[in-house]
Design a protein around this ligand. Structure first.
Ligand code: ZN
Ligand code: ZN
Length: 408
């Protein structure tokens, strides 16, 4: 299917090129001289359409080339992000066009298309960095490519930002250049923060995952970036509001920046709480436990000689666990919550009852859960159900679900 798509694009590009060459040839052969030919090319409707189309094709080919050089073939998650984000972005740009409709021109359209393509490259860069950060043993070439890609994006962002600001300073009046200056400012700061985050990741890797302060620095980095973006959005919002009216296209972004901000702070507090006393919170695995289980850490796929045990009984390297907890608060193997919620009335009563049932039916409590610690032999299925109950109790919505007793 991809192949068919590519063939179609190639055919389309070929036809566009032939059409553009034909119209140029026609202009020169009928007008004879350079100047009249140029006048014809820039005024005739059909030649304008053909040349615009050619410009679009050139941009697309260039975009594909850049993608090929820096990223190679895209991962599924990256294609997904591209698809879902490009539609939202097109909608927002349409809104932006309605605001700046006085400035509407062919140049504006070309600039908007360029912006869209550059933005798409930024999403891909972010996704690729995310992928590299979560994948063990990435080849050196990938690192080299992503670093040069981020450098390339930085140069592009600065160039466009510089030109927009220069234009604004020269004309000294509100125009669509405001919009571009703002967009490229956001893109530039995003590129910088992605790059710094990547540097953090590499430093942590060089310290063999032992850099405990990484999460703290990452948090502050993202906090600063979000604050900066929030300020920029509000400034831009005000400027547009004063000069043009309500900037509809910004409302979603503004809201999302606010929401990200809140989520980030909540995540950070949770992470700090879990990792502040990791050594006391999670017991060391005993040599027997290490021998009994397959002693491979599922996070890094390497053998464990010392390990920490979660309440679900799964074992991990302490540093692997820490970097995992930066992103998740569930067990990587079975998805059970790493820390049982404090306000866990439903699940603790369920545990007590389960204990009684276990005692009455088989005479031992090995099937039930003894105290707060979960039995080592608990099946994944049971652990998952337990996690579901725990999650339900966190959100205090357990009445929505069947009662915990029927689950366990
Ligand atoms: Zn590990
Ligand atoms: Zn587990």
């Amino acid at each position: 299917k991809n192949f068919v798509k590519m063939m179609k694009l190639q055919t389309f590009a070929g036809i566009s090129l032939i059409a553009a060459l034909a119209i140029v040839h026609h202009a020169f052969s009928t007008r004879g001289q350079f100047y009249p030919a140029m006048v014809y090319l820039s005024t005739s409707k059909i030649s304008l359409v053909l040349l615009l189309n050619m410009g679009l094709v050139i941009m697309c080919v260039l975009w594909k080339l850049i993608k090929k050089v820096f990223l190679g073939s895209l991962r599924e998650a990256e294609v997904e992000r591209l698809n879902e984000q490009s539609w939202r972005e097109v909608m927002e740009i349409l809104f932006a066009i309605t605001i700046f409709r006085q400035d509407f021109s062919v140049t504006f359209l070309a600039m908007v298309t360029t912006l869209l393509l550059i933005k798409a490259l930024h999403w891909l860069a972010q996704k690729r960095v995310e992928y590299i950060e979560t994948t063990p043993a990435v080849p050196k070439l990938s690192h080299f490519r992503i670093v040069s890609f981020m450098g390339f994006l930085m140069v592009i962002d600065s160039l466009f930002l510089y030109n927009s600001v220069k234009f604004l300073v020269e004309t000294k009046q509100a125009s669509v250049a405001l919009f571009f200056a703002f967009e490229y400012m956001i893109l530039a700061t995003t590129t910088i923060s992605t790059f710094v985050k990547y540097i953090f990741y590499v430093s942590d890797m060089l310290m063999e995952g032992q850099w405990e302060k990484k999460a703290v620095y990452t948090f502050y980095l993202e906090l600063i970036r979000d604050l900066l973006h929030l300020t920029m959005y509000m400034c831009f919002f005000l400027v547009i509001f004063v000069n043009y009216g309500v900037p509809l296209h910004l409302i979603r972004e503004l809201y999302e920046t606010f929401r990200n901000f809140r989520v980030r702070i909540a995540d950070y507090i949770r992470y700090r709480k879990i990792t502040s006393n990791m050594n006391e919170r999670f017991p060391d695995a005993t040599p027997e436990e290490l021998n009994a289980n397959d002693a491979t850490c599922i996070i890094c796929r390497e053998e464990m000689t010392v390990a920490k045990k979660l309440i679900c009984g799964h074992l991990f390297h302490v540093h692997c666990l820490r970097s995992w907890l930066e992103r998740q608060n569930t067990c990587p193997t079975c998805r059970a919550l790493v820390v049982p919620p404090e306000n866990s009335a439903p699940s603790s009563s369920a545990r007590a009852e389960n204990n009684q049932q276990g005692a009455s039916s088989s005479g031992t409590s090995s099937q039930g859960l003894s105290g707060a610690a979960v039995n080592n032999n608990i099946s994944h299925h049971q652990a998952r159900l337990q996690a579901a109950v725990a999650a339900a109790s966190i959100y205090e919505k357990s009445f929505v679900y069947p009662s915990p007793n029927t689950l366990l």
